[in-house]
Design a protein around this ligand. Sequence first.
Ligand SMILES: Cc1cc2nc3c(=O)[nH]c(=O)nc-3n(C[C@H](O)[C@H](O)[C@H](O)COP(=O)(O)O)c2cc1C
Length: 361
Amino acid sequence: MSGVFDRLGRHLLFALDPETAHGLSIAALKSGVPLCAGGQASERLRTRIAGIDFLNPLGMAAGYDKNAEVPDGLLRLGFGFAEVGTVTPLPQPGNPRPRIFRLEGERAVINRLGFNNEGHERALARLARRRPRGVIGVNIGANKDSVDRIADYELGVRRFAGIASYLTVNVSSPNTPGLRNLQGREMLAELLSRVMTARDAGAGEAARTPIFLKIAPDLDEAELDDITAELVGNAVDGLIVSNTTIGRHGVRNDPRAKETGGLSGRPLFRRSTAMLAKMRRRLGADMPIIGVGGVDSAETAIEKIRAGADLVQLYTGLIYGGPSLPGRIVRGLDRFAEAEGLKSLREMRDSHLARWADEPL
Ligand SMILES: Cc1cc2nc3c(=O)[nH]c(=O)nc-3n(C[C@H](O)[C@H](O)[C@H](O)COP(=O)(O)O)c2cc1C
């Protein structure tokens, strides 16, 4: 599939600084220029998770469309769902630039954006204007200067529950100081109980919007135990594993590796997949889990599912693979399922669970 990206070549976008390239890609998606046709997914790829019907299991991860500008453009690329955000109640500029770095040889990125976004109101207005179709998740966070960060999440739930297919409570960005402390047992208990209460108090549909928790890959086994207990105790609807890592495992010797921020892409694959399997083992077969981190091909997507994922998301893969990547992965998944004689991808879920769950962290 030759699209604008393929014709211009990745090297042209890569000649620009990463944020300029990102802005251009958003503008291209907004313009409706046919970058790449996603194609129709087959029955085999349909997945029903947390009461939501997904046409295929591949989603756009949070952080690409922070302000809900192009959810439909993303779906047209072939994604089965798109997660917009992270949105915070008030607009905020994020950290000073430069704050995104490509590690090209590693097929990785380091970012320290710090939740730069236009705030709830703008995102909400954009979502309200579109014709509702497709699965759109909204990823919610807290303002850096907030005096009550948990209240920011409650507000996110109250504002977006009526309009989002699902909500993601993001406590795993490494770029807002102290944010990840919300993953600790006591804070997490309070956060989840307040967030679920806010959701349950919503009117009509809003009260049924599933809530997922997105966690970091930099947690130890005891912390995973605590998170499991709170997820179950608060009847959270699902889990996303994982956000970027503050570690630099798997990065060889790129000088940019010393930049502060969260690492994503290929070097994150191993750790995030091991974490996913460890959480699947703890949570059992019925908890919806979305696997994210280093997916850049049908093979890596399949491995996430074998490690325990119901659905898969990617971001960094799109930077290196371009807009034809989602379509290529979805077609690859379909061909694989057909060749293996699977009626659905669920049939291969967990087939490598033990191997991944036993990986040392
Ligand atoms: C530039 C950039 C910005 C991101 N912003 C967010 C964000 O706002 N909220 C969030 O939950 N995750 C954010 N992420 C994390 C991704 O959603 C994803 O969890 C992570 O990058 C691992 O997936 P990948 O290896 O496919 O990129 C961001 C990632 C990148 C590279």
